[in-house]
Design a protein around this ligand. Sequence first.
Ligand code: ATP
Length: 442
Amino acid sequence: MVTMDKIVALTKRRGFVFPTSEIYGGLGSTYDYGPYGVALRRNIKDAWWHAMVISRDDIVGLDSAILQHPRTWEASGHLESFTDPLVDCRACGQRFRADQLEDVQCPQKPSVHPGEGPNCDLTEARQFNLMLETSLGPVRDAGSIVYLRPETAQGIFANFKNVLQTSRRKPPFGIAQIGKSFRNEITTKQFIFRTREFEQMEMEFFVPPDQAEEWFLYWLDERMRWYVDLGLSPDHLRLRPHEPDELSHYSSGTSDIEYLFPTGWQELEGIANRGDYDLRQHAQYSGEKLEYFDQGTGERYVPHVIEPAAGVDRAMLAFLVDAYDEDEQEGEKRTVLRLHPRLAPIKVAVLPLVRRDGQPELAHEVHDALRPLMASEYDEGGSIGRRYRRQDEIGTPWAVTIDHESLENRTVTVRDRDSLAQDRVAIDGLPEFLQRGLAETG
Ligand code: ATP
């Protein structure tokens, strides 16, 4: 059975995820992504960008700055409302989320929750803003304070007019953005599920007001399908509409796509009907007109917005958890990541059976021919069984083995990660064979 500990161990062992600043003792709940991690993330982001931008005529891309004008966060409501309730304990000096005391242990008496120990002395709850601050320019004073964006969405709203004017689009149309966001989360836990620096994939879809509900339902379906198409088990996904008292200040309807993580059902992506809240707020705070004017009909309106907001790190965790499997091969335990081939960091491993008799040379030739087409890895170190297991653990869908027969007739063995079937394929036909395999899996 997959547990979070197994995912943490595998991703560290195989170079997907490392704790940040490990040589200095770490920096609580921040993570660096190693060679395979960065490849997996890039593939997730590419798949999202492809689905949202490349394959559609009605969505365009944007890359706005992390630092925005401070008024942005007044207009968006983040300065006032992006807060968590916190309590301090006068006895131990620690700080906790008032609404999550049940989830944590008292530092002095771990068998009870904060507030339940004999010495606990909790303050009243105070609102704590989650935005991280820094300052711009050489003098640090009240006027130099800026915030690291807590979401990518506001950069999209601030550019609504620019994009509308230059992209020759009209509602319904969307603007998509992938980038880092920052939140001074109090309770960071569960590995890369909730961190203070993370990456989002957000899209704001601007629609005529009377089409908002229809597009909201459309995006719920589309986003669910995206995860399933990339291999998440439909049984591990569900939609959960927010209760009226959970809705954010801007939202007239939100549903979360939840995934069954080893720790239970939790949010993977939020899809919100934001109405015209954001454009109206930014229009009011900036004095700019943020609306759509149809020159044909003379119609003028403030578009409503449907927002699918996903997290790269959280999606990565879900894909890893869903792909994780253990089975037994020839009496030996095997750990395998059954990642969708599109997401797999390495698509093909090229392995000479032995390190002599011209096999490495031929294997290099095969690797060089595949490299321009897909992520290929050459590996000649250790027994063939060990090399297969290593590739299984990083989710490589195909392993190509060069043996003595390869030198005689220029054929190789292609081993399939999941079925373990071994096909004998001509070297000249190998690129096509693998590309067909990739195309068939979508
Ligand atoms: P949560 O309730 O889990 O804190 P949220 O509802 O505040 O999340 P949104 O503001 O809707 O999250 O952000 C959209 C997506 O961004 C989330 O579904 C999640 O995938 C990702 N995300 C948000 N906060 C974090 C975080 N601290 N670490 C990692 N990913 C995050």
